[in-house]
Design a protein around this ligand. Structure first.
Ligand code: ATP
Length: 588
């Protein structure tokens, strides 16, 4: 089970990028240190130059340049301030670069984690997934989290440092005023925590609105032909319009209230600063605080706004990112396919193997039992057929054979090795399941045949030849590079099935399962296809699931399945003699 994504995991990920984290903070600290003396320099000019209170700053300048005119002091201080600002600007840019690097890495790591989890999602979980919603989570919630991570990396340390630096200077200037200033800080953070929780809830609603919209848009577009054929565009797009409106509403709510939250905290901070400004003036009147020091104190007070606001923003972001974590964790809680270790390979160095089900029982998730103690076997190189009425459990058997679902009891063996000792990737590499409704990418014929593997044109055409589709593809202007449209819509049903068969041939499996794979072909085409496929299938174990008599006639042995049980077994003639199958139709 994948570990849940928490703030602790986020911290570990930030921590794993120590080098960039420290670069961010060293550049941030340098920039902060360079900016720290600036508010003091110009006010000191007031005391030391204008009011002629001798002090350290004028002393140092006079030692280097001798006693000088006022404008010399002013120019030196001004150029010092500008130099400090320019170097700090350079360091700040460096800080932003490394922080962005960490942020983007966190987005990638999080998406990598989600994709890795989805890659192994169980089929029973997959059946209920809404892909549009998942896409929305992997974009919006991941962005929220990485934005928060960026804030932590950039702000946390430098803001704390700046706060500490400013506090030290302010306490040195006037401890009583400084104490008053800093006593108020917890109030700001408490206030922002409440605001953060509220905006977090609004952000969650906004993301949920996006998710609902994406889910329906995705499905409507996927099934657009069905929607149009059912004359339901207006209804489906009507719901989509409503959901788009909901996005507008929730975004306005979040956007507006998040800004209000931000400006409320700014208002609170600024009000406090105004009060302290007045207190500063009062302190000059009633204590030994000089006017220059008072101005410097007030400058520091204004400088304090930045780190306080940044830290307050961080508290708000922390609270409002919580829902994003929860939503990401719903993805990471999808159940996974069982992991079977690869201990033994019954296919290794063999042309094929036998396939057996021993006493297999199975029920779909939370459902009634679909298979009851099924026992059947296809010897190595044998061709068997499974027949039975609709809903009797034939497809379920086929899906169990490739490990789409784990059996509840009994075992599935290839050779003498149970599937749990072979490992699912090895099973699927060697056992091909051909479905009635093959699925295709909206891409070229070449891509749909080779998928992610590299195959030569010769190999591809050979497979197409065996699937009786070569002449058709060669006749196309673009040949193998012809685009077949969404789920192969530009091909006929029969052409799609033959394309799927060519894909099967190209993957060169050792065991082949046809689940109604040729039902879309007319009798004559199917007859020819099996005839052409005969050399390819020869010597391989083949399981055919079919309704059509002509398809199952070719099998060495036939199993009759009824309501999840094997009720008869034998060759075609013996079953026919028993009256279990009729010549003119399907299963009796
Ligand atoms: N993914 C699923 N989740 C829950 N129940 C399912 C699922 N797939 C099939 N079933 C149920 O399991 C039973 C067997 O279905 P299965 O598809 O194996 O039958 P079949 O013999 O292949 O039928 P057909 O010849 O119509 O394709 C049916 O009652 C069906 O409703």
């Amino acid at each position: 089970m994948t570990r849940h994504y928490t703030f602790k995991v986020l911290y570990e990920q930030i921590n794993s990028q120590k080098k960039d984290f420290w670069r961010t903070n060293i550049f941030g600290t340098l920039a902060t240190l360079l900016l720290l003396p600036i508010p003091m320099l110009i006010p000191l000019l007031v005391d030391e130059v204008l009011l002629e209170h001798s002090g350290k700053m004028t002393e140092v300048i006079s030692r280097v340049y001798g006693e000088s005119e006022v404008w010399v002091y002013v120019l030196i201080i001004l150029s010092t301030v500008l130099t400090l600002r320019i170097i700090a600007f350079f360091f700040n840019n460096k800080k932003i670069f490394y922080a962005t690097k960490i942020t983007q890495k966190i987005s990638y790591l999080l998406r990598h984690r989600i994709l890795h989890h989805l890659e192994r999602v169980s089929i029973s979980e997959y059946e209920t997934l809404k892909s549009g919603g998942i896409a929305s989570k992997t974009v919006q919630d991941v962005e929220s989290i990485s934005r928060f991570a960026g804030q932590v990396v950039m702000i946390a340390l430098s803001a704390l440092l700046m706060l500490a630096g400013i506090a030290a200077v302010m306490f040195w200037m006037n401890w009583a005023l400084a104490l008053l200033v800093f006593i108020l800080n917890p109030l700001f953070f408490g206030f922002s925590k409440i605001l953060g929780r509220k905006t977090g809830e609004l952000l969650r609603r906004q993301h949920e609105a996006y998710e609902l919209y994406n889910e329906l848009l995705n499905e409507t577009l996927e099934l657009f032909i069905q929607v149009r054929a059912s004359n339901q565009e207006r209804s489906f797009f009507g719901i989509l319009q409503k959901r788009a409106k909901e996005i507008e509403k929730t975004s306005l709510d979040y956007g507006y209230k998040a800004s209000v939250a931000h400006s409320s905290s700014t208002l609170l901070i600024n009000t406090a600063i105004d009060i302290f400004r007045v207190l500063g003036v009062t302190a000059v009147a009633y204590s030994d605080l000089t006017i220059g020091m008072m101005i410097a104190f007030l400058f520091y007070l204004s400088t304090l706004v930045q780190p306080v606001q940044q830290l307050v923003g961080l508290v708000i972001a922390y609270q409002s990112t919580k829902p994003a974590f929860e939503r990401i964790n719903t993805l990471l809680s999808f159940s996974q396919e069982p992991h079977y270790p690869h201990e033994s390979d019954p296919f290794d160095n063999k042309k094929t193997t036998s396939v057996s089900l021993n006493n297999v029982s199975f029920a779909y998730r939370n459902g009634r039992r679909v298979l009851h103690n099924i026992t059947l076997k296809a010897n190595a190189g044998e061709k068997i057929a499974l027949i039975g009425s609709s809903g009797s459990g034939k497809t379920t058997v086929a899906q169990l054979l490739v490990g789409f679902y784990p059996v509840h009891s009994g075992e599935i063996l290839y050779g003498n090795t149970p599937i749990e000792k072979i490992g699912l990737p090895v099973v699927r590499k060697n056992v091909a399941l051909m479905l009635q409704y093959a699925l295709f990418f909206n891409d070229t014929i070449r891509m749909n045949l080779a998928l992610s593997e590299v195959k030569s044109d010769r190999e591809i055409y050979e497979a197409l030849g065996a699937a009786q589709l070569e002449a058709f593809v060669r006749g196309l202007d673009e040949g193998l590079d012809t685009l077949i449209g969404k789920n192969g819509i530009k091909l006929s049903g029969g052409q799609r099935q033959r394309l799927a068969i060519a894909r099967l041939i190209l993957s060169n499996p050792k065991v082949v399962i046809f689940d109604e794979a040729t039902s879309a072909l007319d009798n004559a085409t199917e007859f020819h296809l099996y005839k052409t496929l005969a050399p390819f299938l020869k010597g391989r174990t083949v399981i055919i699931i079919a309704h059509r008599i002509s398809t199952i006639k070719q099998a060495d042995r036939i199993y009759l399945i009824d309501e999840g049980r094997v009720t008869a077994e034998g060759n075609y003639d013996s079953l026919q003699k028993q009256g279990l199958i009729k010549e003119d139709f399907d299963v009796a």
